[in-house]
Ligand binder design. Structure first.
Ligand SMILES: Nc1nc2c(c(=O)[nH]1)N[C@H]1C(S)=C(S)[C@@H](COP(=O)(O)O)O[C@H]1N2
Ligand SMILES: [Mo]
Length: 304
């Protein structure tokens, strides 16, 4: 591996038409966000995506204090307390495997791979709770195009940082670490597949997966791997953390599906955080019109 890339010519990663017509908006969300302790000076510039849902957004307070991030503890309130020890600078992301040229990208370079967008997505955890999150980031496809995978690359594998010094509770997580996830290449190239660097107009809080996390809104939340340090293009379906932990309960695909129950609970309904009552789960988390074609001809009960 050569040196870490700290500078990308914008023209190298952005179609000319996009950067010529690009308009940036200051994140006014930061100033208006009730209850936020985040400094207004730290906002990100972004454009609003038409791929957003107009549903009511889950409050910042809930999104940042009710988390799954087992490296920092297994209770929902643990990551907000414990992820303070995560150092997100300096941070590099290795891009490797079957690519034309392996890359080591500095995180500040990653932030410039494509214009930042706000995408308000539904997020559905396999545990049957859900939230609506205004993420800031860019399409995963932009990073794939930059990486130039070879034609034999069929899957993309992702890996979270695992540093026991920063994540002392990792030993008690009960899952194999580092946390790993994966997507089929066509899933990774789908316009909805997203790499988030922020939420509510500002950089990601550590507990939500700073400085870079995947967001795959039509799949159960555990596919949305946090604090990514490695992205590897591979020929074979890569191992994934929850499938390693229990292959009967967690498949590679893990598309949100009310018709396929978890062996220990129903997936027919879900509870939106803050709501009293449950409501019906939507197939592909409501993104079926866009993504169902990816699974045409597949038995979703077998490929759960
Ligand atoms: N590295 C890592 N990534 C992870 C997890 C984790 O424990 N470790 N939990 C997953 C699960 S189960 C969910 S529901 C989401 C939660 O993201 P949030 O805390 O930002 O809502 O992160 C996913 N990514
Ligand atoms: Mo989850």
């Amino acid at each position: 591996m050569s040196h870490t890339i700290k500078y990308l010519p914008y023209s190298m990663v952005t179609p000319r038409s996009v950067y010529l017509s690009r308009r940036r908006f200051l994140a006014t969300a930061i100033a208006t966000r009730a209850g936020s302790q985040v400094a207004a000076a730290a906002g990100l510039n972004f454009v609003k995506s038409p791929l957003s849902t107009s549903e009511k957004q889950t409050p910042y307070q809930a999104i940042t204090t009710y988390n799954n991030y087992y490296e920092f503890g297994t209770d929902k309130s643990d990551p907000a307390k414990n992820a303070k020890t995560l150092r997100t600078r300096p941070w590099t992301v290795a891009i490797e495997g079957t690519v034309e040229q392996p890359l080591m990208l500095d995180i500040d370079t990653v932030f410039k791979i494509a214009p930042l967008e706000e995408r308000v997505y539904r997020h559905r955890c396999v545990e049957a709770w859900s939230i609506v999150v205004p993420w800031i980031g860019f399409p995963l496809s932009a990073l794939v195009n930059l990486a130039k995978p070879r034609s034999n690359a069929k899957y993309v594998a992702f890996q979270t940082l695992y540093d026991p010094k920063q994540m002392p509770l990792g030993k008690k997580a009960g899952i194999q670490l580092p946390y790993v996830e994966g997507l089929r290449m066509d899933e990774a190239m789908h316009p909805l597949a997203f790499l988030a660097v922020g939420l509510y107009g500002d950089v990601l809080p550590n507990q939500n997966g700073a400085p870079l996390r995947l967001v795959v809104p039509w799949k159960y939340g555990f596919k949305s791997i946090k604090s990514i340090v490695k992205i590897r293009f591979v020929e074979k379906q890569p191992p994934t953390t929850w499938n390693i932990a229990n292959s009967n309960e967690y498949g590679f695909y893990s598309n949100v599906n009310p018709e396929v129950d978890h062996p220990r609970w129903s997936q027919a309904k879900e509870r939106r955080l803050g709501d009293l009552f449950m409501h019906p789960t939507q197939k592909f988390n409501g993104y079926g019109d866009q993504v169902a074609r990816l699974y045409a001809g597949m038995d979703l009960k077998k490929n759960f």
